[in-house]
Design a protein around this ligand. Structure first.
Ligand SMILES: Nc1ncnc2c1ncn2[C@@H]1O[C@H](COP(=O)(O)OP(=O)(O)OP(=O)(O)O)[C@@H](O)[C@H]1O
Length: 283
């Protein structure tokens, strides 16, 4: 099966900021969580992927097709959701249904209305009267109603309460029932990604620090806690990053390089991110 997304050495400069040799692959049939702190470059990468920003160097392929020369064919097959809705605020979902029918050949009016009904989004109210949760559900329904193979979601659950987030995650899992479908999902809410992602790609200051299978990633690391003096007993080559804590130090280590006698806590994706962003490198 082809990959849904293949990005190789993507470079893009925006004033002071630069994406440097960003590379990752999203296999078809899987969900990738795209994480990184504010300003790390997630939205910039996503905009390059969908040709909203022109890349400077590198290669981007979606469904095995070169992105620049197959823009229209690719856009028919993707659904994109940003954290803000991009329709004029006076439009109602019912009017959006008519409008989008003219944009996509494969737009399904009945499916769109069915999704809105399922998600309890009123179809006659203008967007400006909808809550943020309803606006996000409307955006996602709009992204789904032309039957895309790939969803690209930029912070789809930020600012939403846990109940709406759960409903939205369920909708993504329903979408993934078709094994050709894939999702790239950028989020700060790493617990959402822990629930549904197969792969985690972590971007920091415009560079990819890792892009790996989530279970392998969570399994390969452990967190050791103790005093700086005690930490000298850990093999040097096992230590990756260190943070000072009120009680001593916390060290992110490679689990398979450490003897079983050392007690290691299981990290979350958030822990790993914090070690990389806030911790010190150990050489
Ligand atoms: N049009 C622009 N012109 C100049 N700089 C920009 C532009 N758009 C974004 N940037 C800068 O590029 C950097 C990366 O921004 P980007 O929006 O890609 O980050 P992000 O990881 O999506 O962050 P967030 O999680 O806050 O949405 C930031 O420093 C931002 O200020």
């Amino acid at each position: 099966m082809t990959n849904a997304i293949e990005v190789l050495n993507l470079n893009k400069k925006l004033h002071q900021f630069q994406l440097r040799d960003v590379s990752f692959t999203l296999p078809s049939g899987t969900i990738m969580g795209f994480v990184g702190e504010n300003g790390a470059g997630k939205t910039t990468t996503i905009k390059c992927l969908i040709n909203l920003l022109k890349k400077e160097r590198g290669s981007i392929k979606l469904f095995g097709l070169n992105q620049e020369s197959n823009d229209i064919a690719i856009k028919e097959q993707i659904g994109v959701v940003f954290d803000n809705i991009h329709f004029p605020e006076m439009l109602t979902p019912k009017q959006i249904n008519q409008l989008m029918g003219a944009v996509y050949k494969t737009w399904d009016h009945h499916y769109f209305l069915k999704l809105l009904d399922q998600l309890k989004v009123p179809i006659h109210k203008p967007i400006k009267q909808l809550s943020s949760g309803m606006k996000m559900k409307l955006s996602i329904s709009t992204a789904l109603a032309h039957y895309p193979k790939l969803l690209i979601l930029d912070e789809p659950t930020s600012g939403l309460d846990p109940i709406v987030r759960e409903e939205i995650l369920d909708l993504f899992l329903e979408f993934m029932q078709d094994e050709e479908h894939s999702i790239l999902f950028s989020s700060h809410i790493t617990s959402d990604l822990e629930k549904i992602a197969d792969y985690i790609t972590f971007i920091h200051e415009g560079e990819i620090l890792f892009s790996e299978n989530k279970d392998d990633l969570l399994y390969q690391f452990g967190i050791w806690k103790g005093s700086l003096e005690q930490s000298k007993d850990l093999p040097d080559h096992s230590k990756i990053r260190m943070k000072k804590s009120p009680f001593g130090v916390e060290i992110l280590v490679k689990r398979n390089e450490v003897n079983n006698a050392f007690y290691l806590e299981k990290p979350t994706i958030e822990d790993i991110m914090l070690f990389y962003v806030k911790g010190d490198d150990i050489k």
